[in-house]
Design a protein around this ligand. Structure first.
Ligand code: ADP
Ligand code: MG
Length: 259
């Protein structure tokens, strides 16, 4: 891979649902080691774009390139083995499994071993890695707790740890701060900033909580009605007249929950 090439490149992405064009000729690039946010008002096409990249939706047109490889038509089930991890806006944990087991399942894609074996006899390296991640997200004291017994904020942290367990080269986060309290958002901010700075993790983040987006993003792409209307650094986006008109100026509905 060319060191200068972007890790992820979206070119001319178009998605139509019947007569509706949800994403219209969208292009942007995510550079290696950067946190890149995709923001915009409801219905802008963010989730549709995210779902095309994670290969849950098939685009009507355009290309998606990961590290120089065209993945536009790859299967979603193939993405983890390419190093692309995602979290879900609506949690998708195994409720009856423990915290440790849920996180260990994330090692499946690079361990390439049978699930039962992973849970019964995880190898020491995988277990160490998972413990390190659970420590990082504040769940090390909950290893034996069932996922269903955790509060919402901790369940979201467990999803993050499971996604990180595949050692992703690209982490796709769909509204990771949604429903979190301010204290939890600050913690998420710290975790993602540290992973980015210390390990060069590359993140594509769809998020409504502007406090988090403006704090951790290196670059922001703004969508409205399927189009890209702006792109730049947080400072540039905050002062962009088109963005303020389409999105940021519309009051407090995008604010985080307060404790
Ligand atoms: P955002 O995530 O920015 O809020 P979405 O990508 O979810 O926006 O939606 C963009 C547009 O596409 C909306 O008008 C939405 O109703 C429509 N849409 C999204 N998913 C589907 C689908 N599976 N079928 C039909 N229309 C959809
Ligand atoms: Mg959405």
């Amino acid at each position: 891979m060319n060191a200068q090439a972007p890790l992820l490149s979206i070119a001319g992405l178009t998605v139509q649902f019947g007569g509706l064009t949800a994403v219209d000729d969208l292009s942007f690039q995510v550079e290696q080691g950067r946190i890149h946010a995709l923001i915009g008002p409801n219905g802008a096409g963010k989730s549709t774009t995210f779902n095309c990249i994670s290969r849950y939706y098939n685009p009507t047109g355009g290309t998606i390139t990961l590290a120089g490889e065209d993945i536009t038509h790859h299967k979603a089930s193939h993405m983890a083995s390419l190093g692309v991890a995602r979290t879900f806006q609506n949690l998708e944990l195994f409720n009856e499994l423990t915290v440790e087991e849920n996180a260990l399942l994330g090692t499946y894609s690079y361990g390439a071993r049978r699930l039962g074996q992973i849970l019964r006899r995880p190898n020491a390296e995988h277990r160490d890695h998972v413990h390190h991640l659970l420590e990082r997200v504040g769940l090390i004291d909950f290893l034996d707790h069932k996922a269903s017994s955790l509060d919402f904020g901790r369940q979201k942290m467990l999803e993050l740890a499971r996604a990180l367990a595949i050692k992703p080269r690209l982490l796709l986060l769909d509204e990771p701060a949604a429903g979190l309290r301010n204290r939890e958002i600050n913690n998420l901010d710290k975790i993602l900033s540290e992973l980015s700075a210390a390990e060069g993790l590359t993140v594509l983040l769809v998020e409504h909580v502007m406090q988090l987006v403006m704090s951790i993003s290196h670059r922001i792409t703004v969508m409205s009605f399927g189009h890209k209307i702006a792109e730049g650094t947080p400072a540039e986006i905050r002062n962009d007249a088109k963005v303020i008109e389409a999105y940021l100026g519309k009051g407090s509905s995008q604010e985080a929950h307060h404790e």
